[in-house]
Design a protein around this ligand. Structure first.
Ligand SMILES: Cc1cc2nc3c(=O)[nH]c(=O)nc-3n(C[C@H](O)[C@H](O)[C@H](O)COP(=O)(O)OP(=O)(O)OC[C@H]3O[C@@H](n4cnc5c(N)ncnc54)[C@H](O)[C@@H]3O)c2cc1C
Length: 304
């Protein structure tokens, strides 16, 4: 364990009940891929104050750290992570003021969608079923079925470790692009986000959400662990179509398999390692490059 992590661990263990501290926690337990070795330190802050304190401390001690949302877009290495994983899972508050809904970073997108439906406010239906947290969705500009986070976000509140301060970012300051935001290029960490929604009919909102959930079940291999679409959509092409036409559906390396149901997904058939997944990613990229002269870019974040 490196020196920074040792100091961070000592500090965390003395912090008190608002910070759960685990050592050697397998990341396979906290990721939708069900893959990943142990994190040297795994912290679960119970309040925003404890969360900011942990980030500040990690920054000051120069310990490596990684902020984990719901773990649905990450591939942790088999060797694990020799730093601290700081999870947002306990920060799951949701409030609304008229049509402005505010959620903490760890709230699940689906819980946020249900809260909006129950309050008869519309606009977030597209996000129902994306298995991420609010923080992960704001960072990744998550999107589906014609909507993206950037279409509904009003602002986010973040902790800036370099300044040691909480800052507010307006929509424009997010510099949103396809699965991209300013958060992917700075150290700032999302604490909460507000969404500007519109009045709607509860029944109609619910029907739209159910329709989207049904389409996901029909098209996506939700019966197996995965991290969703593996690659970003290249201009003018469909990844699933190229992979399918290349006869790669069902292609397997170790326990990692190109889904039979949706060729844009790699699924864990039970015993996949990160090495299997990475080898399969490279194989797909090679084949698609050869067949279509298209360079695929991985959307899943490899943490090592
Ligand atoms: C079955 C399945 C279907 C999916 N469908 C879709 C889809 O339709 N559309 C889509 O866009 N995505 C989809 N995804 C991918 C994934 O759910 C999204 O990218 C989601 O937004 C990731 O959120 P998360 O909380 O799981 O983030 P994580 O996987 O935990 O983290 C992703 C990145 O965000 C960072 N991060 C997380 N929280 C914070 C924070 N509070 N502050 C700063 N950085 C943070 C992490 O450090 C990491 O870099 C799917 C995944 C699966 C498994």
């Amino acid at each position: 364990m490196n020196n920074g992590i040792g100091k961070l661990k000592e500090w965390a263990e003395a912090y008190g009940e608002d910070l759960c501290v685990l050592s050697g926690e397998p990341m396979s337990r906290h990721t939708s891929f069900r893959i990943g070795g142990p994190a040297a330190l795994f912290l679960i802050p119970q309040t925003q104050e404890a969360f900011c304190a942990a980030i500040r401390q990690a920054h000051e001690t120069e310990a490596r750290f990684f902020v984990l949302g719901n773990g649905s877009n990450v591939l942790f290495d088999d060797a694990g992570f020799d730093g601290a994983v700081i999870a947002t899972s306990a920060l799951d508050g949701i409030t609304f003021d008229g049509e402005l809904l505010t959620a903490e970073a760890g709230a699940s997108l689906s819980a946020v969608c249900k809260t909006a439906r129950d309050a008869s406010i519309a606009g977030l239906e597209f996000a129902y079923g994306i298995p991420g947290s609010v923080g992960g969705a704001v960072v990744m500009n998550a999107g589906a079925y014609g909507g993206e986070i950037k279409d509904v976000l009003a602002e986010s509140v973040a902790f800036d470790p370099a300044l040691g301060e909480i800052v507010r970012l307006s929509l424009d300051e997010h510099a949103y692009g396809y699965r991209d935001s300013i958060y992917k290029h700075t150290e700032r960490i999302v604490l909460a986000a507000s969404f500007r929604l519109v009045p709607g009919d509860r029944g109609e909102i619910g029907a739209k959400m159910n329709d989207i959930a049904g389409r996901r079940v029909a098209k996506q291999p939700l019966e197996y662990p995965s991290a969703g679409s593996v690659f970003k959509r290249p201009e003018g092409h469909f990844v699933g179509q190229m992979v399918e036409e290349s006869d790669l559906k069902g292609y397997r390396i170790g326990g990692a398999e190109v889904s039979e149901k949706h060729a844009g997904f790699i699924v864990n058939r039970g015993s996949a390692t990160s090495r299997d997944v990475l080898a399969l990613v490279e194989h797909i990229r090679d084949v698609v490059r050869k067949n279509y002269a298209v360079e695929l870019e991985c959307e899943i974040i490899h943490v090592k």
